[in-house]
Design a protein around this ligand. Structure first.
Ligand SMILES: Cc1ncc(COP(=O)(O)O)c(C=O)c1O
Length: 390
């Protein structure tokens, strides 16, 4: 059961990761290790629930039943020890849309929003495309460990700063923020009256030895200044079902957010997202346990392989997610050249680091949510390309 080694042909399914390779990399032949979904089938119990629903053959207007909310509440309580109330949960058809609605609901044009690059790049447009000023508080890297620069954060804050968007855990550097880091961040935000948007979409993809803490679970005071974004999409490979949750304990903030959703009439969602979410959060525990062991093996493989065969590339060991942040600064290639090297010489399509903002230069993000065999092939191709540079 749950054979993550099973290759699944994804070509010809209009899937971005495979079917957009030509447009993105200029070649259909690269091994796609970029956009953040996995090459594994989503769990059988999720597929089964979708099949059962299609049997009814009518897909009219629908609402989210109590089990939908209950499955989210129980999942968060049992996995992350955070007690969420039903009325705190709003639906949103995706976490990126939610980031944008947060900007619209909680800030005004001309306000500034802090992000901490290198970070998932839609954070930038969530501020800038609505006329808000984007402020970078760069993460700091010391001997391969990335952390928050609290001194520069404090000095970046002005009276115009209304919001900070954090990636918790952090994509692409793979950090699971510690209790001390989260508390520190929260203290600053409370003192300066800044709203925290905590994007926790990767919170279930925690690797052995680490514990995720939802920002809002730290205290009631912090919860009242925090909006948490979660989804079953990364965890269970359901990104195409566009179903996510926005958790807002504070009633006034909730009203502002829901006003945006209601005014735009986008709260309806879709039947399949609801059904899949219930199945995933209700039955997903064991499947996820197995998935994370498989991901962890892939990570160990890449780290060992680089250490033994490609010492020029230094992987940053992730604490969460199925992404590895590869330090390729030894090649001393500018972004475009680095990207082209991996595409044209190694035949591997990854995300180039500078697209994640300042601090990402010289890095590549590798998606290892795929079979061991694919990882092995990619690493061998990279090794061969690098050996030609030596
Ligand atoms: C930090 C982060 N937030 C959001 C998303 C995407 O969210 P959605 O597909 O729900 O818009 C991703 C996908 O990679 C991500 O890494």
């Amino acid at each position: 059961m749950w054979d993550f080694d099973e290759p699944v042909a994804r070509e010809g399914t209009d899937c971005i990761k495979y079917d957009r390779r030509q447009e993105t990399f200029g070649s259909k032949d690269v091994i796609p290790m970029w956009v953040a979904d996995m090459d594994f089938k989503c769990p059988d119990f999720v597929v089964e629930s979708l099949r059962n629903r299609t049997e009814h053959e009518i897909f009219g207007y629908s609402y989210r039943p109590p089990e939908y909310y209950l499955s989210i509440i129980n999942w968060i309580k049992s996995r992350h020890n955070w007690k969420v109330e039903k009325e705190w949960i709003s639906f949103c058809p995706g976490v990126v849309p939610a980031l944008n609605f947060c900007t619209l609901g909680f800030t005004e044009p001309g306000d500034s929003i802090i992000v901490q690059p290198p970070v998932y790049f839609p954070f930038f447009s969530a501020a800038e495309s609505h006329g808000r000023k984007l402020i970078y508080n760069k993460l700091i890297e010391t001997d391969g460990k990335w952390s928050i620069d609290f001194d520069s954060l404090v000095s970046a804050i002005t009276t115009k700063t209304k919001m900070i968007i954090i990636s918790n855990p952090h994509n692409p550097v793979g950090r699971v923020w510690s209790l001390a880091e989260l508390n520190n961040l929260a203290d600053i935000c409370i003192e300066k009256n800044i709203l925290i948007i905590s994007d926790e979409i990767h919170c279930d993809l925690i690797l052995p030895g680490f514990i995720h803490t939802p920002m809002a679970s730290l205290s009631e005071k912090i919860a009242s200044k925090t909006v948490t974004l979660i989804a079953p999409s990364k965890t269970f490979n359901l990104a195409g079902l566009s179903t996510s949750s926005v958790i807002i304990p504070d009633p006034e903030l909730r009203k502002s957010f829901n006003r945006v959703i209601d005014n735009l009439h986008i709260g309806g969602g879709n039947i399949f997202g609801t059904v899949a979410s219930i199945a995933a959060y209700t039955h997903g525990e064991k499947w996820l346990g197995k998935l994370m062991l498989y991901i962890d093996d892939n990570i160990e493989y890449v780290i060992d392989y680089c250490r033994n065969m490609i010492p020029e590339i230094i992987p940053v060991k992730p604490e969460a997610t199925y992404m590895i942040w590869l330090d390729c600064r030894k090649f001393q290639m500018p972004g475009k050249e680095l990207q082209n090297f991996f595409i044209q010489k190694a035949g591997v399509g990854m995300n180039e680091g500078s697209t994640f903002g300042p601090g990402g230069e010289g890095f590549m993000r590798m998606n290892i949510g795929t079979t061991h065999n694919t990882i092995k092939k990619a690493m061998e191709q990279i090794e061969k390309a690098v050996s030609e540079l030596r």
